[in-house]
Write a protein that binds this ligand. Sequence first.
Ligand code: SF4
Length: 900
Amino acid sequence: MKKITLQINQKEYEASDGETILDVTKKNNIHVPTLCHWDLLSPFGQCRMCVVEVDGNIGPVTACNAPVWDGMNVVTESDNIAELRRNNLKLILGNHPNDCMTCEKTGNCKLQNYAYQFEVHAEWSQQTIRKFPELPNNGVIEWDKDKCIMCTRCARTCGELQGSYALGFKAHGFTALGAPNDSNISKEGDCELCGQCIDACPVGALQELSVKGKGRPWQFEKTRTTCTYCGTGCNYFLNVKDKKVVSISPCFEAPVNDRGSLCVKGRFGYEHIHHKDRITTPLIRKNGKLEEASWEEAVTLIAEKFTEIKKKHGPDSLGFLSSSRCTNEENYIFQKLGRMMGTNNVDNCARVCHSASVSGLAACYGSGAATNSFDQIRDTELLFVIGANPYEAHPILGLKIKDALKKGTKLIVGDPRKTQLAEKADVWLNLIPGTNIALLNGLIHVILKEGLEDKEFIKQRTEGFEALKKGVKKYTPEYVSGITGVAKDRIIQAARMYASTDKAMIVYSLGMTEHTTGTYNVMSLGNLATVTGHLGRSSVGINPTRGQNNVQGSCDMGALPNKYVGYQDVGDEKTQKKFEKAWKTKLNDKIGLTCTEMDIAMNKGKLKGYYIFGEDPAMTNANVNYVKSGLKKLDFLVVQDILPTETSEFADVILPGSSHAEKDGTYTNGERRIQLIRKAIDPLCGKADWETICMVAKALGIKNMEYSSPSEIWDELASVAPMFAGVTHERCNPDGIQWPCPSLDHPGTKIMYEEKFNRPNGKAKFNFQEHIASAEVPDNKYPLILSTGRRRQHYNNGSMTRRASTIYDKWPEEALELNPFDARRFNITDSEKVLASSRRGEMEVKVQITDRVQPGITFLAFHHRDALTNLLTNDAFDPVCKIPELKSCAIKIEKLNGHK
Ligand code: SF4
């Protein structure tokens, strides 16, 4: 960019062509007041507070949108400028209430600060012209219209940054209102409750309701940490006053949510931390009732029972389910605890979400993780989003997609539902659930038929191409259309677009993995990326979006029945010896049970003792009736959690857990970024989870499990896992490091496989698979397909988000989505409660009639206890990774009138 020189206040400065006067003054710490300007938004030039004098200009210019030029001479302070600014302030204050002393924004209000600076006195605050009596709010954000200065930062933030356009302008002249439209900010409106309009508002017009009266910003102790919800890994500040987390505010320097953006869960989902339901003392079941107990009593009982079970039935009668919500360090010591007890029956909830990614991607490339980084989404030329709904499930990733689309990125969406994203797609592949392999084989068929494959890449960097070529031959667009329900023209168009775009990136999620063919689905997607050479470069690749905050990390840490930390094989002699030496014990070389297999083992009476840490299989696994019957058969169940869950109802001992605000450690997000979480308050129960696990280990007589801090635990795991050898807590501060990071001088890995793949011969492998139908397809008795997913407002089993009243109110009840055609077929009206049932269970649920779902397909999320979706889902699982078929089962719906 061309360099230019200009004078500001008689001093020379360098600038780049294209910069504004305000850009240059900011860079050089020259203060120019602004009200409508926000660095994150495009220049607007409305408030005229940033006026400056420019030599040669008759009148003053607005610094925020005036570009600099070579030889420009700028004056930012003069009597004339000060008078203009003062007059602007008087005009604004003439329409502003004079309650500054009691306004919640006092001390943090730009208008108040400038009035002081420019000596505009209180008599100007009269509110002579505009007066809006009511103070509408949506239970989360209060909107004081009288204080609105029409800077429009809120509305521009909503449109420009969030792409929501829920806020806008009303009326004109003196009655104009640059603030939320009443209907949009209401509960039912388009407002997604990201809360960024509050940060954008320079005055007190928009406020977080629940923070009102809790203190002034300077009274808060701020701790930067990583969000505890989805695997995007946004950063924010926990604001603490009097040892309580009172609010969350944005971190504008975050590596993932680089504009400080948060979704409704990250921004407002903190009430669970101090919720009255928090479990803060150990509980022991006595005569069928859970009673408070001391730590010593609880831990001694666990040690006695687990030792007894092991002695009587052998170590493999014990199981350990680790937590994808908890830190890497906690996952590492929890799986170590299981293995030190002599069993590899160790798993985590990735089993029911992304285990197919681990097995499928590892079969293709040697590692089971995302190939690229989230920030590369903005620069890709084509996005193929399949089986994922990032606008709802990973909203901040969704924002990056919105940015890309604004820049002209093409979009293909593969989804049975017409999601918000599918509505924006250039091509929507509206496949029937469970037909992913056929669709992907069909795309590859077209690519090969039209010669659009990357021949050089295939020759140099892959193996197994001939088998793929032969296999996809019969998957013509006509044949595939018959299986998937997708029009053949769309298949051809999508194949051409994906293959002929240089930078084409795949984003996928549970719509690919939660099938009995989950591993094969992922392999087929891998075939597509590989055949077109969309790998090993920036803004390409194949990227699973991770559901829980640390589902990547819990797998990385070896909370898996077949892998030690860093994906080192259980049963491999050399690895076995290495861990035996490091942990000073004899280890079991037999691969353990997955959590879905442990459900079977419980029911068969083979699993006797189970320690479930921060997970809720009685709500989140498929076919929960079966899970619950297994839990009842256990001799002894330990649950460690922060809040009561469906699963904790079966516990013999409950150990209190600690929330993310109460401990140090690391989470690994979906782009392999290991980020710190930082303790903001002391654990409510007195112990961080890692301390509790160590205490249990000690009571069990396990040596080598005493640590003084999470960073000491990290150093131990890094010493036995080469892919983490270069990572320390210190190096993760502040922005984290993306693995693999094999040495202390390694910067981490933004893009995988730039030179070679992680397989023994360094090549990617094609793995052709035939289409296999879902384990259960609709028939006369159960004529509808049920698919499942997430709602933006809720998270997983809902135990945390259902306790955040603000979030709960936005989606208080689950509703079964039903196409209007099916509604007529079954004579169902909108909002009617029906009985939904499958071969495994039944539930009553409200119906929402919508063409978001196609005829014959229904949809439910699984966040609500009173509509327990997993009573219906199918626990038939993938033979490779054992993931259940949560995305497709057969159900029927019946009118409740007269039925019950
Ligand atoms: Fe938290 Fe995910 Fe929302 Fe980011 S997108 S704020 S990580 S829930």
